[in-house]
Design a protein around this ligand. Structure first.
Ligand code: GRF
Length: 188
């Protein structure tokens, strides 16, 4: 069994439901997974994902300002931040002070459909393929280097709701897989 300090220590940033957080919690329960979740940070004190974190005995923190959050990250010796439905934009002042990787999951095939309202725009364009992307976070929204993507076919009868639900299922598979690949490529 791997010693836990040999695993990358993750902080997951959320704003709401936390289903991607749950998929990462489940992945990290495998003793061979190369990361463990040390902290869950939310910009919303009522986020459902916070209850999930508490249920799994993961320390939580409500983001009030960059200063306190960065101190929390340092105190918990965090190696990688994973954004998972986190709705606050991390500004360049935060990114300059946090010199380690930040990953995000986005429900489109980037560079297509950055930002919000993705599925509505996909359907309005009549696109036949959409999907999800795990990518590095940079100061420019949804524009960092792509780590992994998964395509999802758009059906003729899809609504934004049904498409979002099918893509979300793929997000739950993609994020743990992409993160694992990223960590293994880093550590050799
Ligand atoms: C996901 O679709 C994610 O790609 C997007 O926001 C949603 C968050 O869902 N950025 P959840 O909170 O992980 O359930």
């Amino acid at each position: 069994m791997k010693q836990s300090r040999l695993k990358s220590r993750l902080a997951i940033f959320i704003s709401g439901r936390g289903s991607n957080l749950l998929s990462l919690i489940r992945a990290t329960q495998d003793e061979d997974y190369p990361a463990s979740i040390s902290l869950v940070i939310s910009d919303q004190d009522q986020a459902n994902g916070l209850s999930l974190a508490r249920k799994h005995a993961i320390p939580t923190h409500i983001m009030e300002n960059d200063e306190t959050t960065l101190k929390f990250l340092a105190d918990h010796e965090i190696d990688i931040i994973c954004l998972a439905g986190f709705m606050t934009i991390l500004h360049s002042s935060f990114l300059q002070r946090w010199q380690k990787p930040i990953l995000n999951i986005h429900p489109s095939l980037l560079p297509l459909y950055k930002g919000l309202g993705v599925h509505e725009r996909v359907l309005a364009d009549g696109a036949s393929i959409s999907g999800c992307t795990v990518h590095h976070v940079t100061a420019e929204l949804d524009s960092g280097t792509i780590i992994a993507q998964q395509e999802v076919a758009v059906g003729k009868n899809d609504t934004a709701h049904s498409l979002a639900a099918r893509i979300l299922e793929e997000e739950h598979r993609l994020y743990p897989r992409a993160l694992k690949k990223f960590i293994e490529n880093r550590t050799g």
